[in-house]
Design a binder for this molecule. Structure first.
Ligand SMILES: *[C@@H]1O[C@H](CO)[C@@H](O)[C@H](O)[C@H]1NC(C)=O
Ligand SMILES: *[C@@H]1O[C@H](CO)[C@@H](O)[C@H](O)[C@H]1NC(C)=O
Ligand SMILES: *[C@@H]1O[C@H](CO)[C@@H](O)[C@H](O)[C@H]1NC(C)=O
Ligand SMILES: *[C@@H]1O[C@H](CO)[C@@H](O)[C@H](O)[C@H]1NC(C)=O
Ligand SMILES: *[C@@H]1O[C@H](CO)[C@@H](O)[C@H](O)[C@H]1NC(C)=O
Length: 696
């Protein structure tokens, strides 16, 4: 429902709602949509689209209760990917998507997953005698003790060595230790979370000679943070670039490409209190004050004199994971896909991560089923996906994208992601820039869940600290294979900036119902935003893509880059290519207007299809076949993740990597930066060509 002022009388609201809906329902019964490829008259489709949106929003009335039931049912027990505990959540989602009009199937894969075997942690005196056995990051909730908090893909190992505190484990933290005269070689590094992806932090400690890593979060009371330490992004280690079907070719485990995916030393999450026991026992030079602020137990950084005895046995094996794919066939362009997805697997109960998203996805599915019942069919195909094994490195979605790469590459309009859909208040949006305008328009049509009478857009736009739409160069959810590998435009939306019990056993329904979203209204709003986005992408005559926002965003990126490189001439190459993209974007905007006045139906629908293809495929032009230097799976030259998670560039990852490497006094550094700049300029020019629609 278009957002109405609060003083609008209930009666008038109902009338506004019910009368057109009644007419819509009636007209659909009279004119059932034709199936197949025959174009439906554009006038009726345009009107239909608005009615479909209204009918979709009518589903909000009781949605908060339904969503709370879904979340309750999904989080009754932990559901770790590849284990029997995942079966209940699988069955629940499978049946939740088994609605009339939705064709639902399951895709199975057997990737390499990693589980904890035996682990122990003792604190010893310098003479090797036992001070005490430390609890290994015991989950705060006894019901999940069957699976210890662990680092998936950590290798097995034994480390009996003095401990040392390394703060966040970043380059500068090792430099600070060096200044204190402390070398981590041969020691067990105790590291606080926040220094970048877990795997990168562990491997950085390994490179410096540490024997093992124990990782904790300050002020954390959830009992240890689960997570994976896989290196080199997502992708099943044994089937990089192709799907991990049961009978697929697999790289041997001893292959260098496989080995390079795992840190060389074992690691383990520990609770803040276990970390405090170790840190409080350390001598050595005094820790810098800012290190102590977040870890008050610390006095000296070590190493030693106390010794830890850490042993870990990994259980690494092929395990079956299952995606659920639910298809609503488009009636005009069944071969154009609007894809919505969210993962289902969780480290523990997963109320926030990811089942707030799953509950929303199930609600969207039910609302689409209601629309289908009223005679609506989307023009383009809508696909709802429930991914498995995201926590192990976006594995379920990645295997599916790899398996369907060419179809997705030629037919996918956009991928709309949900993950931690609700973890508190305040709305956050990330997207590729051609979707900015659609996102803003959509936010204007829904009410803020926390402030009656105000649109979501109004609160978002006036948010302290800015209202910018974030770009998707992080690789922390299932949009990664779609955008970074396949070049599909993508969005990721969520409520709440962060979440105190992220990846702990306290990520439960009780927390959500008490703190995260007590009335489940934020969930409903997430459902409205995502459901409406997909309706526009599936039903709008001209795809709602705006490439002028894209070129404007890229010009800002070019300015940032130029400032970072002290006004390097080479950046002008990028600016010139962006101007070409802007010119092509303007041409397309003109064409969009012309198209509205077309009368010849067949010619018009073919022209429309050609125009939409240009809009759909322009993002693909940002891919380079050979991928990023040294990281070939990442093909998107504008928005893949940079190697250095603290890079000042959250775009142009190839350039960011080259700058990072040039820092380590690489004599060819400048030439490499220039090469990467040329690559970025080339892909932008190619995108301009695709958008313009003609060969050079
Ligand atoms: C709109 O929602 C109300 C309340 O949930 C429901 O009773 C009604 O049937 C819905 N209208 C249509 C046309 O589906
Ligand atoms: C989900 O939970 C609700 C209430 O907790 C219950 O009434 C309902 O039957 C459950 N649904 C399924 C399919 O289990
Ligand atoms: C975390 O602990 C530090 C040090 O005790 C304290 O200053 C800070 O306020 C705490 N943060 C939270 C979120 O509790
Ligand atoms: C270290 O721990 C392992 C496993 O608990 C134990 O077998 C071993 O004896 C311990 N070593 C020392 C030196 O305490
Ligand atoms: C749904 O919202 C209504 C009204 O806003 C509220 O009374 C109800 O308690 C909510 N349901 C749940 C499960 O929070």
């Amino acid at each position: 429902m278009r957002y109405l002022p609060p003083n609008f009388s209930l009666y008038a609201r109902l009338l506004l709602l019910v009368v057109p809906l009644f007419l819509v329902v009636l007209s659909f019964r009279l004119y059932p949509p034709r199936s197949g490829n025959s174009p439906v008259s554009s006038a009726s489709v345009a009107g239909f689209s608005a009615d479909a949106r209204r009918l979709f929003l009518n589903g909000s009335a009781s949605a908060n209760t339904t969503i709370s039931y879904h979340l309750r049912n999904l989080t009754l027990s932990p559901h770790l990917a590849g284990t029997p505990s995942g079966a209940a959540a699988f069955d629940y989602v499978r049946s939740g998507l088994g609605l009339p009009g939705l064709e639902t199937h399951t895709d199975e894969y057997s990737p390499l997953l990693s589980y904890p075997g035996v682990a122990s942690l003792d604190l010893l005196r310098p003479d090797g005698s036992l001070i005490k056995s430390l609890s290994l990051s015991e989950p705060a909730d006894p019901a999940v003790r069957s699976v210890l908090p662990y680092h998936a893909y950590s290798p097995s190992g034994v480390a009996i060595a003095p401990a040392v505190y390394v703060n966040l484990g970043r380059d500068e933290d090792y430099l600070a230790l060096e200044r204190l005269g402390v070398d981590v070689r041969g020691l067990v590094a105790v590291i606080r979370r926040g220094g970048g992806p877990r795997g990168t932090v562990v491997e950085a400690a390994a490179v410096r000679g540490a024997k093992a890593v124990l990782m904790f979060r300050s002020n954390e009371s959830g009992g240890g943070e689960w997570g994976n330490v896989l290196l080199g992004g997502s992708v099943d280690p044994l089937t990089p670039g192709w799907a991990a079907e049961a009978d697929a070719e697999r790289l041997p485990i001893e292959d260098g490409r496989v080995k390079s995916r795992f840190p060389r030393i074992p690691s383990m999450p520990v609770s803040a209190s276990t970390a405090a026991e170790i840190l409080g026992s350390l001598g050595g030079p005094l820790a810098p004050p800012e290190w102590i602020a977040e870890a008050p137990a610390v006095v000296g950084v070590g190493g030693g004199p106390t010794i830890v005895n850490f042993t870990y046995l990994e259980d690494r094996k092929l395990a079956v994971v299952r995606n659920i794919i639910s298809v609503i066939k488009g009636c005009e362009e069944p071969d154009r896909y609007v894809i919505l997805g969210n993962h289902r697997d969780a480290w523990t109960y997963g109320a926030v991560d990811p089942n707030s998203g799953t509950a929303v996805l199930l609600d969207i599915a039910a609302r689409y089923a209601t629309l289908l019942g009223a005679g609506w069919r989307p023009k383009r195909t809508i696909i709802l996906c429930s991914w498995d094994a995201e926590e192990f490195g976006m594995i379920g979605s990645t295997e599916w994208v790899e398996q369907n790469l060419r179809n997705i590459g030629s037919k996918a309009i956009a991928y709309l992601n949900l993950d931690c859909a609700v973890q508190g208040g305040g709305f956050f949006v990330s997207a590729t820039p051609q979707l900015d305008k659609l996102l803003v328009e959509t936010m204007k049509q829904v009410e803020d869940p926390d402030i009656k009478g105000v649109s979501l857009y109004e609160t978002w736009v006036s948010k302290k600290g800015g209202n910018s739409i974030e770009r998707l160069s992080r690789a922390d959810s299932d949009f990664t294979p779609f955008l970074h590998h396949a070049g599909v435009p993508a969005t990721d939306i969520y409520f709440g900036e962060d979440f105190p019990f992220y990846h702990t056993s306290l990520d439960s329904y009780e927390w959500m119902a008490k703190h995260g979203d007590p009335l489940f209204r934020r969930h409903v709003t997430a459902s409205e935003v995502l459901g409406l986005l997909a309706l526009s992408l599936a039903d709008d005559r001209v795809l709602p893509f705006d490439f002028l926002s894209y070129s404007n965003q890229l010009l800002e990126h070019a300015d940032t880059l130029s400032a970072l490189l002290d006004g390097s001439e080479a950046v002008e190459l990028i600016r010139a290519s962006i101007l070409e993209l802007a010119a092509a974007a303007k041409e397309v905007e003109e064409l969009k207007k012309l198209d509205e006045h077309d009368t010849d139906e067949v010619a018009s629908s073919l022209r429309l299809r050609a125009l939409n293809d240009r809009l759909m495929l322009a993002e693909r032009a940002f891919l380079e076949t050979e991928g990023l230097t040294g990281r070939p799976w990442f093909k998107h030259m504008l928005y893949s993740p940079p190697k250095d998670s603290f890079s000042k560039l959250s775009f142009f990852p190839g350039i960011a990597d080259a700058i990072y490497e040039a820092k380590s006094s690489n004599p060819e550094g400048q030439a490499k930066i220039n090469h990467e700049i040329c690559r970025v300029a080339r892909v932008i020019r190619r995108a301009a060509d695709v958008l313009r629609g003609d060969l050079t």
